[in-house]
Design a protein around this ligand. Sequence first.
Ligand code: NCD
Length: 312
Amino acid sequence: MEGTSDFLGRDVVSIRDFKRDQLEVLFQSVQELEENPRSLDGQLKGKLVVLLFFEPSTRTYSTFHIAAENLGMKVSGFSNPAGSSVTKGETLHDTIRMFEEYGADLFVIRHTMQGSPRFAAEITEVPVINAGDGSREHPTQAMVDLYAIRKSFGKIDGLKIGILGDLKYGRTASSLAYALANYDVELTFIAPDALKMRPEVQQFLERRGATTESVTDLKGVVGDLDVLYVTRIQKERIPDPTEFEKVKGLYQVNLEALARAKPSLKVLHPLPRVDELSAEIDTTNYANYFVQAAAGLPLRMVLMTNILGGAS
Ligand code: NCD
């Protein structure tokens, strides 16, 4: 597979570590896999992937799991630390060391603490994929998001993209913003003041010369957007319950909110949704979030194959 070497043996800790042409090679392979879904089956036969999920997950965990099985891999680890020795106080360091001894070829780590996947990558030679660390990053979700946009529009350059919701604590929003800095897009951040995009993300985008604007309300900008990326309020990450009470229910994307949207607008959402995205959108042409979620499977198959060199 062309471009495999760009990913061979690499950690995927931050989306900032990947350049546009590397992502494009990946997306081309995902497109080919979508056209021929069984073409990578068994490519990583016998390799062991260890999924260490210290936080709840539905899509990320299950797509990595199904992707690994399709590739013929053995899967170990846990989806819930409550059933592991983590509850006895075992450290991430020792957990990594043990699975190395058991023959891990790849780690996929989701953790409440930011920086945990980076720490893991520093202590093991085995490649590490960050499946979400605290409020910071979720690089494979950003790859899925870019792929979904590219699939809908045939391109990413030239689009006006709004990212709405909890931009302060949402890791998918920050990873997507970082990823979009590789493209020529106009970015609009839409968030209540208390949930504004974090300064370090804004500064990164400025350094990269990205065009961004920040607003508090969807109404004034919805008519200009090609893509509206909606995110839920990260209740579990907001340190103060009174802070959550102030922001809960502040925004909801429903038909009324999209009244002035372009007919070609695509609404994305990393899911899970709570109350910020009405089910009445599901049956409209705006809805793109289930297509987006579906892309997680082929994307993670291609990514793991490229890291472990299965199809070279
Ligand atoms: C997201 C996450 O875990 O950050 N879910 C996902 O992986 N698709 C989004 C969220 O929890 O809001």
